[in-house]
Design a protein around this ligand. Structure first.
Ligand code: NDP
Ligand code: 2IT
Length: 444
């Protein structure tokens, strides 16, 4: 049996009931086959693939908190410190009822390669809890965040592990967590990113994942002789990534016709109104039905189906496995030319294969959504230097990073005889740097 298959079997055996983790490992290991074949003896002796698929440390803890009725609630929480070969652990905190250890491990594993692709010195980690911030009062969210940090603070630090936002964790949650970290440790340090602008946050971090997604998408299209301006774009999700992806797509001359949330999607043939969307989602924390009722031009569809809308470019920006084989078939039938993942692993494996087999340009999340964590690393730099860059300075650096990521991914795919396969290119380029750093540091 090949080394790749042996390691994959071991991962499945030792991590039962974690299908998303298996899926992420499978995708990475499959595309590494040509690299592994060139170096099999050395990698085997170093147990490199066994080590890279096994987290350095996994923290599981309970988070007790008191709700507004005086009832004690308790949630499961996780921090997976996956790989620190190239820098301190770095990755977001997801707060969503679907969170379990397998989800956090898949996200932490992806983060290793994504962070490597940014070219910045950050290792891979991820955390979260099955706490649902939806429908909770600000006081309940604060009670949860303070209790969560009361355990987590022991294991993180500006040079150790630097969490950030993800699904369900935005500026409000980061603020409460930061306050509690500072109170417990007495340290004012860049231990979290995505902080508010009044206490060490970076300009353009909020926009960075969505903007970065569009910078990379534009570069991918340009490389293939296509212009983004004038194209029709389908965006899924209506959160941090989706809102700023839609905003930048419009700024670059495209027309965005959809957004979605977990209850439904809107089709707005006149183009999504970003100010209204931000008001509904960021200020009122409301459902998309409120957007739809304020826009006579738009249709509201309950449930799934956002990818059935006709488009040239699709940007899945909500959650894992949201774009299925049926969606991929609908996209191809409607003439879609490119898919770029704003979310982490939003496209199922069979859908990815179908899209690529039908000539759709496909940018995987670990390259396409790396702008968020890259700008988090820029926030860390600003905190260490005790200064602030302007919005334009950060945005320019972000643009340079995304263009560079695309070029490296494109180059790696060509180098290994898979020109145009950006999934393989991203996995290979991300892996090589981490592998070299791990081997240079010996058996640790
Ligand atoms: P938000 O919480 O801001 O928004 C998430 C959006 O996705 C919401 O519209 C939400 O709808 C929808 N969504 C979440 N879970 C589901 C689900 N199970 N089914 C259907 N819809 C769902 O999160 P972000 O925008 O920050 O994150 C979106 C994706 O991007 C995630 O995959 C995340 O890991 C990834 N990502 C985020 C980065 C960041 O900087 N924030 C960086 C890189 C990647 P509803 O409100 O109804 O739940
Ligand atoms: O998936 C991701 O890259 C994020 N949620 C952002 C992580 C970060 O540390 O900014």
């Amino acid at each position: 049996m090949s080394y790749v298959d042996e390691v994959y079997e071991r991962v499945v055996r030792e991590n039962p009931s974690q299908p998303e983790f298996h899926q992420a490992v499978r995708e990475v290991l499959d595309s590494l086959r040509p690299v592994i074949e060139r170096n099999e003896e050395k990698y085997r002796r170093e147990a490199l693939l066994e080590r890279i698929t096994m987290p350095e440390r996994q923290l599981l803890f309970r988070v007790p908190w008191v709700d507004d009725k005086g009832q004690v609630q308790v949630n499961n929480a996780f921090r997976v410190q996956f790989n620190s070969a190239i820098g301190p652990y770095k990755g977001g905190i997801r707060l969503h009822p679907s969170v379990n250890l397998g989800i956090i491990k898949f996200l932490g594993f992806e983060q290793i390669f994504k962070n490597s692709l940014t070219g910045l010195p950050i290792g891979g980690g991820k955390g979260g809890s099955d706490f649902d911030p939806k429908g909770k009062s600000d006081r309940e969210v604060m009670a949860f965040c303070q209790s969560f940090m009361t355990e987590l603070y022991k294991y993180i630090g500006a040079d150790v592990d630097v969490p950030a936002g993800d699904i369900g964790t935005g500026a409000r949650e980061i603020g409460y967590m930061y306050g509690q970290y500072k109170r417990l440790t007495g340290k004012y340090e860049g231990v979290l990113t995505g902080k508010g602008l009044t206490y060490g946050g970076s300009l353009a971090r909020k926009e960075a994942t969505g903007y970065g997604l569009l910078y990379l998408t534009e570069e991918m299209l340009k490389t293939n002789g296509i212009e983004l301006a004038g194209k029709t774009v389908v965006v899924s999700g209506a959160g941090n990534v989706a809102i700023y992806a839609a905003q930048k797509a419009i700024q670059l001359g495209a027309k965005v016709v959809t957004v979605s949330d977990s209850t439904g999607w809107v089709y707005d043939p006149e183009g999504i109104d970003i100010d209204l969307l931000r008001e509904v989602k960021e200020v009122r924390r409301a459902r998309l039905t409120e957007y739809a009722s304020a826009r006579p031009s738009c249709e509201y569809h309950p449930g799934k189906g956002v990818f059935t809308a006709k488009c040239d470019v699709a940007l899945p920006c909500a959650t894992q496995n949201e774009l299925t084989l049926d969606d991929a078939k609908a996209l191809v039938a409607n003439g879609c030319i490119a898919v770029a993942e704003g979310a982490n692993m939003p496209t199922t494996q069979d859908a990815t294969e179908y899209l690529m087999a039908n000539g759709v340009l496909f940018a995987p999340g670990k390259a396409a959504n790396a702008g968020g964590v890259a700008t988090s690393a820029l926030e860390m730099s600003q905190n260490s230097m005790r200064l602030h860059w302007t919005f334009d300075e950060v945005d320019e650096k972000l643009k340079g990073i995304m263009v560079n990521i695309f070029r490296n991914v494109d180059y790696a795919a060509k180098e290994y005889g898979m020109a145009g396969n950006y999934v393989a290119g991203a996995n290979i380029a991300g892996f090589l740097k981490v592998a070299e750093a791990m081997m240079a540091q010996g058996v640790v």
